[in-house]
Write a protein that binds this ligand. Structure first.
Ligand code: TA6
Length: 302
């Protein structure tokens, strides 16, 4: 099924799976399979278009992080794609086992300020494809102008997980990464990477499938096409500094809590619900000549 509302679209399959996408940022905010939500969405996320969404799958384009130099220096952190209202291009395919919707973004959807910040003529087509046990997101980038441009692209996916304490991430061993927490670079040694403190790493040129495991069982298997890099992020207690991060983690009424241990458990609990595994092309610039097209996609299999 396909339902289009003023600010969002909803896709569903006859077998019950569904996905919900806001026109704001073309942000996927929900993916339900077997009655279970697979994406983390902050309770305090702003969904009215005034801020990027904290949760779901915000789109990062044309720059990853906060640029300080070059033609993207004027852009905000993670670029403008997650801030813009996208055009609904419509449902492009539907069968009993899969349904796809496409969204478009070009300079005409940007504010005058944004067009000045990134003065290129481009066209993005973003496709979200829901199948019974997978969700695929695909971006097509076209250079429709006369000037060559460089870009990054990333699907900033917030996965909902049962418990971070039992979680490991597999498929990164042997890959070079940059750690934003310690400002260092290293080669990953862990076959199974645990998430037990703040993690913010850009793994470059990850060769194959990345698996997210709960007690050793794969709960998400992430494959990528033309997206060579993988970012692994969990803000840990840094989430307390984010105004739009919830559920409320208890520190407000911590003074009333009888034991430090209980407060600590309450503080850590919400962070335990998510890990961001972000497929992207971010460790180097991708250059697009006039009239050229680039396409990258990722599929999350359950
Ligand atoms: O992808 C990881 C990251 O770049 C982190 O460094 C972290 O700050 C995060 O994205 C969230 O960024 P945001 O602008 O959404 O607060």
């Amino acid at each position: 099924g396909f339902v289009s509302e003023s600010d969002r679209v909803k896709l569903s399959l006859p077998t019950g799976e569904s996905v919900e996408i806001l026109l704001h940022g073309a942000t996927v905010i929900s993916w339900v399979v077997d009655g279970q939500e697979k994406l983390f969405l902050s309770e305090k996320a702003t969904l009215d278009g005034s801020k990027p969404v904290r949760g779901g799958i915000p789109l990062v384009f044309p720059v990853f992080g906060k640029p300080t130099e070059g033609p993207v220096a004027a852009l905000p952190q993670h670029g403008f794609a997650r801030l813009c209202k996208w055009e609904l291009l419509g449902r492009t395919s539907e069968t009993d086992t899969s349904i796809q919707v496409d969204f478009g973004l070009g300079p005409e959807n940007l504010t005058a300020d944004q067009r000045e910040q990134w003065p290129y003529i481009f066209g993005l087509i973003y496709s979200v494809n829901l199948s019974k046990n997978s969700l695929e997101t695909k971006m097509l980038v076209r250079n429709e102008g006369f000037k060559t441009f460089d870009f990054n692209l990333l699907f900033h996916t917030y996965l909902r997980i049962p418990d971070v304490n039992n979680l490991t991430v597999e498929g990164l061993k042997g890959t070079n990464y940059k750690c934003k927490v310690t400002q260092s670079e290293a080669v990953e040694e862990a076959v199974e990477l645990p998430i037990n403190s703040e993690v913010d790493r850009v793994y470059a040129n990850v060769p194959g499938t990345v698996q997210v495991k709960d007690r050793g069982q794969a709960i998400f298997k992430i494959d990528r096409t033309n997206l060579e890099d993988v970012v692994v992020w969990n803000p840990w207690d840094g989430a307390r500094k984010m105004a739009d991060f919830g559920p409320e983690d208890g520190y407000k009424d911590m003074s009333k809590r009888p034991t430090a241990l209980l407060s600590r458990i309450r503080v850590l609990m919400p962070l335990g619900l998510l890990v961001c595994i972000e497929a992207g092309a971010v460790s180097k610039w991708h250059t697009l000549e006039p009239e050229s097209i680039w396409e990258g996609s990722t599929i999350i299999n359950l």
